[in-house]
Structures are given as C-alpha cells and as structure tokens.
Ligand binder design. Structure first.
Ligand code: PLP
Length: 388
C-alpha cells in the first residue's frame, strides 16, 4: 500500500511542469532537492513517516537537525565560538529580537538602505535609541552610502545593516567600518550566495525563504559572548522566554518544537551546495549569471538597471523601461505591464518589481540555473525588438 501510494505520488511529481521562477521570496529551490524531498515524503529513510510527522525529539530527527548545523558550519566555516540557531518568526522577528537581547546601553546604530533596514530601525526604537548613521533614502535606496567614517559613538551596542537589499537590488560589497563595534547583518537575501568571513560579524541572520529553504525558518549565527545571560545582562525586562537567544542556544534550537520540516529542507540545500563545490563554486556561478544580465541591461536600448553600478546585488536585479527612451510615463507603464504579462506566458514568472517601487525585478538566487537567466535575456531581446 505504502509503495503504491509513493509511486503514484512520484509519478505526479515527474509530470509537473516547472517554470523559471524569478520570485524574490519565497523563491526557487534546487529541483534536485525538491525531488529528493518528494521521494522521502511518505517514508523518510525507512522510518515509515514523513519528516513533518515525526517527533522533534526522535533520534531520526536529531540527526537531521545536527546534520543541518554541521553542514552549515562546514559551508560557512563557522568558528566554534559561534552558535547556530534555527528559529521561527522570519526576519521580522529578528528586527525585535536583536535589540531586545543586545541593547545593553539602549543605543545602537542603523544604516538605512531600504525597506527592511527601515523596518528594523523603527522596531529598534521601541527598545532604545536607534540612531540612523547613514541612509540612501534620498535617491530611492539606489546605492549604498559611504560607510568608511560613520558617526558611531562608544555607547552604541551594535551597528546594524541589511546586507543585500532585496527590493532595491543593492548590496554591501564592502562591510561598513564599525570602529570596533559589533556588526549585526540581515543576510536574508544573500545568505550562502558567496563565502563570508563570519568572524567579522556579531550576528548574521537570514530568513530561509530567499536562498535556502521554505518560509518559516530563520537562521541565526551569533557569537557566543553576545548571548546575554537571563539573570544578569539581558537587557529588556519582560523579554519573552522564546525571544531570549539564550533559551534557544542552551537547548540547541530544541527548547520548543522548531520548524522541523523547514530545517530539513534547509539541510538538504546545504548538502546540495556542498556537493556542488561549496560557496566558492556557487559564488562563481552567481557572478556569471549576474554579469550576463547586467551586461545585457547595460547594452539594452529599451531597458535599464536602477542601481548604481558599484553597489549592484548578485541576487536581485531590478530594471525598468528606460525613461530616457520612452519618455511618456503612461506609455512606459503600459510597456512594463505588457512585459510582465508576456514574460509570464513565456514561462518566466514573478518578474514584477516590489509593490513599493514598481518596474521589474529578476531574483536570481543560488537555485536559478544559468539557463533561466539566458532564457530571460533572450525574451528581453525579443521584447525589445518587437516594442522599440
Ligand atoms: C524578505 C526579507 C525580509 C522579511 O522577511 P520575513 O521573513 O517576511 O520577515 C527581511 N529582510 C530581508 C533582507 C529580506 O529579503
């Protein structure tokens, strides 16, 4: 019975059509990983149950979460004085959890480079003094401000950045000079896209749904000495047990039921990355894909990128119909709507820009194959010929 069900299920999976999904998140995952998960859906490694159905305290699940942590440590070369936590609540929960746990002096510096950084900055104001150290709001967040000599004061508990700005398509190619202060980075949309030196950070966190797995899991990498002790230094009286890093760190992310299936999927993506040469290898591929698309945009007569060249993201590529070419606002909006409609019909999905900025955006995360980027460029070339 079980095997009949399983075979029917897999047949269904094999028949399915896959599109090139340029969504910013939840986003494309490696097809190989999805197939493996489908294969294990009804019976995970002879357990007779799905990973969704098993106890988070079981031996079989323990291996899944331990493996995920071990593989992530290998991939990122995470030093032993950093804890890896698998939590819930998305990136937004970290907007609060970071200041609740780290604002000893009730003061921190924020570099405001987009919507997510703004949200984090505003949330921190609930807990203390959040100081805007720099911002790129003056030019619709189309660049990364100079962060070589920020007005950082000694009493700031940490300096906060959103490393890759998913909506606007900018990235910190160079980390800010924090003048010796702890750096906290939201890496949600660039996590595992390139090698990073973990020792430069106090906290790295990332919502899984952009580059590593399903929504519902957020990964936090935190230097051990920053985890406040519940009795003494933890800052905000009344911080819920669940929101103290110490609670999860002391219990290896198993204080309560963690997002079990999400962690399992992240673990599979970690293995996929390791098997394909780790972060150096994926970085090379990401650079190659992004260069193809940016080169096309730089030479296109109809489309143009919206970001200052030196700050371009490898992951999120926003573009518009060039207002210098099509000067009429209405005509431009019409063309963009047509582009989104026709690209969808051609199997290129989710190219609409974020609702706050409009235009188009291609998110080309780790799991987007080079063929997908080439298909997009070919479609854009054709569209250009037909509409110019
Ligand atoms: C998507 C995103 C967020 C918001 O993530 P949620 O999981 O919805 O809270 C925050 N920061 C960055 C960089 C993002 O890309």
């Amino acid at each position: 019975m079980l095997s009949v069900l399983k075979n029917n299920f897999l047949k269904g999976v094999k028949k399915m059509k896959r599109v090139y999904n340029f969504s910013a998140g939840p986003a494309v995952l490696p097809e190989e990983v999805l197939r493996e998960a489908a294969d294990e859906m009804l019976d995970y490694k002879g357990s007779g149950m799905s990973v969704m159905e098993m106890s988070h305290r079981s031996k079989v699940y323990d291996e899944i979460i331990k493996d995920a942590e071990k593989d992530l440590r290998t991939l990122m070369n995470i030093p032993s004085n950093y804890k890896v936590l698998f939590l819930q609540g998305g990136a937004h929960m970290q907007f609060a959890q970071v200041p609740m746990n780290l604002m000893k002096n009730r003061k921190a510096g924020y570099i405001v480079t987009g919507q997510w950084a703004t949200r984090a900055y505003k949330e921190a104001q609930k807990f203390g003094e959040a100081v805007e150290l720099a911002s790129s709001k003056d030019k619709t967040f189309s660049y990364i401000p100079d962060c070589s000599d920020l007005p950082i004061t000694d009493d700031m508990d940490y300096i906060y950045i959103c490393e890759n700005n998913t909506i606007y398509g900018t990235v910190f190619h160079e980390l800010p000079n924090t003048k010796g202060h702890i750096l906290v980075s939201d890496q949600s949309s660039c996590f595992l896209s390139k090698p990073v030196d973990v020792t430069k950070y106090g906290i790295i966190y990332a919502g899984a749904q952009k580059n590593v797995g399903p929504a519902g899991t957020v990964i936090v990498i935190i230097r051990e000495d920053l985890i406040p002790d519940e009795e003494t230094t933890h800052v905000l009286p009344g911080t819920p047990t669940m929101l103290m890093y110490k609670t999860q760190a002391d219990n290896d992310s198993l204080y309560n039921t963690p997002p079990t299936y999400g962690i399992y999927m992240c673990g599979k993506v970690f293995k996929w990355l390791l098997k394909n040469g780790g972060l150096e290898a994926i970085y090379k591929k990401n650079v190659e894909k992004a260069n193809l698309l940016y080169d096309y945009l730089d030479n296109s007569k109809l489309f143009t990128g919206t970001v200052v060249k030196k700050d371009r993201s490898l992951m999120n590529v926003p573009f518009i119909v060039d207002p210098k070419v099509i000067t009429d606002d209405e005509k431009r909006a019409e063309l963009e709507a047509k582009f989104i409609k026709e690209s969808k019909a051609a199997g290129l999905e989710n190219l609409k820009g974020h609702r706050s900025v409009g235009g188009m955006r291609a998110s080309i995360y780790n799991a987007m194959p080079k063929e997908g980027v080439i298909a997009l460029i070919n479609f854009m070339k054709k569209f250009e010929e037909e509409n110019l």
